[in-house]
Design a protein around this ligand. Sequence first.
Ligand code: GLN
Length: 232
Amino acid sequence: EGTNGSGDKPTLSVVTEAGFMPFTYLDKGELTGFDIDLLEAVMGEAGYDYQIENVGWDAMLLSVEKGEADLAIAGITVNEERKETYDFSSAYFESTHKVVFREGEGITSGEDIKDLKVGVQSGTTGAEAVEKILGKNHENISKYDSNTLALMSLQSGDVDAVVTDNVVADEYVENNPEANVEMITDPDTFESEFYGIMFPKDSEVKEDINSALQTVIENGTYSEIYQEWFGA
Ligand code: GLN
């Protein structure tokens, strides 16, 4: 275990899922995103060195559950079900879901996906939202290991629509004009949710990191990072 300048703090192991642009993704092989910048600010404030590894969604959850990683960040939604298995920081970002679909599909509400083939990222709140509409494990739901793969399946025509987090949908639609897709949101169908940093249940660093997150939010650093990524 390494130490940082202040002496006695361990180097923390952070895991992420780099298929969730603009929160965590790879740019020319390098891990980048809003969450990556926020993490750096929070860890700096808390005085921890850390190593971050892109392990994918399922492995990320498992390594936090087992306590092999000290924390995870990847646009992870805090909800009651997950709180049974993990601990979370306070919320740092509000989110909801959007439906991304091929132009002309005529989708105007969440319920409109009911008779379509829908792609989701397995094990996410987007997958849950779709199961509420179509039914649990419905045959028209295709589950992918990453959001990136779900969106690729939309382009290739394997599914008619993809449900994912609103900011991720915004980024995808804006960056892929040649994909000929459009999107809608629907506050009557898709609830508001919040992202948090995820910790193992018995985390000894959670309090430290959560208070650093509060400082970063209160001292304007969060706003600077937000401005950089979302320009508002
Ligand atoms: N916010 C969603 C969830 O927690 C998706 C996160 C992700 O795919 N990285 O389920």
